[in-house]
Design a protein around this ligand. Structure first.
Ligand code: ADP
Ligand code: MG
Length: 384
């Protein structure tokens, strides 16, 4: 089928991105995180086929891929060329769902997204969840949202080869309008937490793409595992770093060689910040929550060392801008975005000042936009 043709599709899967408000680099350490799904989306239009072939048009890439659900292991298109990088996500989801005994039909489909890629807002997990929700819908919804999230994480870990935690897929599956999710990444128990009234979440994109630095992420993960092994000798009851208290890490810090002592200290204090944050949010204390965001940024910068000069600049500019309550880098770091909590009435002035300051400091434009906590992935029929 030529790109110029515009086929009609029967269904739409609408999958949000996500922003993490607090609890950074704790999702692979058994800690609690506070993400929200956002009103930026992957829109996947699809119709089932009667065979097992996939025909996907990735409109933002201006590319198409044709492959068979019967030869996913080969990672090849029907013409024998390798699957393009973006097609690994739907193919990986197909494989994970198949391994979970879901019978899949082929799809004719087309997708586009307004979630910036590689900026820490989980465009990849949104692509995964849109396809997972599509196949689940066509099969009569046998899997609940959490199961879909786990299967999508499995797809990204095993098929795509990115060692991500569960937070991204989980928040995109289970997001709730107007709320953040308090997710225990050890048990996958979660509950909603209201966002402070009269505030807005504002995202500032540094324009730096973090996909260049998977090794830095893997090195931090390995460092946390090493710290856990050493601390377990002194604290035999712990299963993850989230079980260690700030007082314990402070008294044992000399046992840990550099830099893993700093990594462990970040994780332990960050888990503690999330615990404090829940009480503050429930008491509608936006100022107190904003302070925790600032502490989180400093810890990611000075201890976990995943910030960049551009992210530090965005954070510093934010603290001086009108209406600012809190600012920090969000996502894995090494580039990407900051997330800001801003008084609703001053959002426009905030954005104007940070944009102007960033241009003056770096010579680059930052995309800065407000967003709202949104509902998780959903599928609708668009047959008239
Ligand atoms: P993040 O999830 O933080 O945005 P990743 O590096 O994990 O960054 O995922 C980005 C990748 O996801 C892209 O390189 C691409 O393969 C895929 N992807 C995301 N959005 C789209 C899109 N709109 N069209 C095609 N592929 C996409
Ligand atoms: Mg991703």
């Amino acid at each position: 089928m030529a790109l110029a043709e515009t086929p009609t599709y029967q269904y739409l899967a609408h999958a949000p991105g996500r922003v993490n408000l607090l609890g950074e680099h704790v999702d692979y350490n058994g800690g609690q995180v506070l993400p929200a799904a956002i009103d930026r989306h992957v829109d996947l239009l699809f119709s089932p086929r009667t065979d097992r072939l996939m025909h996907i048009h990735a409109r933002d890439m201006e590319q198409e891929a044709f492959f068979s659900l019967d030869t996913l292991e080969d990672r090849l298109c029907l013409d024998g060329t390798p699957l393009p990088g973006w097609a690994l996500y739907p193919a990986g989801v197909a494989q994970a769902l198949t391994l979970a005994d879901l019978h899949l039909t082929g799809l004719d489909c087309s997708f586009t997204s307004d979630i910036p890629m590689g900026s820490g807002l989980s465009s990849s997990a949104a692509v995964e969840l849109s396809f997972a929700a599509a196949w689940n819908y066509l099969a009569g919804d046998p899997f609940d949202r959490t199961r879909l999230a786990v299967l999508c994480q499995q797809a990204e870990n095993q098929y795509v080869g990115v060692n991500c935690g569960i937070m991204d897929q989980f928040s995109i599956a289970n997001g709730q309008e107007g709320y953040a999710l308090l997710l225990d990444t050890g048990t996958l128990q979660f509950r909603t937490v209201p966002l402070p009234p009269d505030t807005a979440i504002v995202i500032a994109d540094s324009g730096e793409r973090r996909s260049l630095n998977h090794s830095g992420y893997n090195e931090r993960r390995a460092g946390c595992e090493q710290a856990l092994a050493i601390l377990s000798c002194q604290l035999p009851g712990i299963r993850t770093l989230s079980d260690v208290s700030p007082a314990q890490i402070d008294s044992l810090i000399t046992e840990l060689p550099a830099p893993i002592g700093d990594y462990a200290k970040h994780v332990v204090y960050e888990c503690d910040r999330v615990r404090q944050a829940v009480g503050l949010l429930e008491a509608k204390n936006a100022v107190g929550f904003g302070q925790l965001m600032l502490e989180c940024h400093r810890s990611l910068r000075d201890l976990y060392k995943v910030s960049t000069p551009a992210l530090d600049t965005l954070m510093e500019l934010a603290t001086q801008a009108p209406g600012s309550l809190g600012a920090r880098l969000t996502g894995a770091g090494f580039g990407g975005c900051t997330v800001n909590l801003v008084r609703e009435a001053e959002v426009e002035a905030f954005i104007r000042q940070v944009k102007t300051g960033y241009l003056a400091a770096t010579g680059k434009e930052a995309a800065i936009f407000p967003c709202h906590a949104s509902q998780g992935v959903r599928v609708t029929s668009i047959i008239p």
